[in-house]
Design a binder for this molecule. Sequence first.
Ligand SMILES: [Cu+2]
Length: 185
Amino acid sequence: MENPYRLLIVIITTLVIMILVFYRAESKRYTVGDGEGWDIGTNYMAWAQPHNFTVGDVLVFKYVKGQHNAYQVSKEVYRSCDVGNGSASAGVLKKYETGSDEVVLGEARDYWFICSFQGHCLGGMKFGLNVTLDLIAPPNTTDDGVTNNVSNSGRGRGRGGGAENNNFWALWAVLLLANLALFFW
Ligand SMILES: [Cu+2]
């Protein structure tokens, strides 16, 4: 083999570009229940079901402070609606109570949320969702009531909202061409 470093260069290039794509992927911001907010009378499992939640996305719980809350709980508590003494050992992982709670879905796993007010969880204020680590699907493909501007001030690097998909595909085209070029080098 005339260039023993060629494979190494291909691998490193691929990894670097994949990391760039990962960090450029926009996180999305979902208002739980969309216009209905977080309240009794909405089917939140049905709300969550069509969305593809990925790591870094943000859930926003909107409700009147003092009338509801948002507890991140174990699957057992989600099922039983019983928060026990409200401790972590009872399955209550995090408590949000401000009325405009932002929950970052930071890990690729299942999350479960309920309202702990008497009867509210049993009345339907409960849902679960699965968060995936998604490097392959283009960002911002959902269009049903999802706002996409969460990180424009953070790591968005000043890009306009409409150009995100184009940037994404351009990056993958560059990755593909770079690897083809290196392969035939
Ligand atoms: Cu409630």
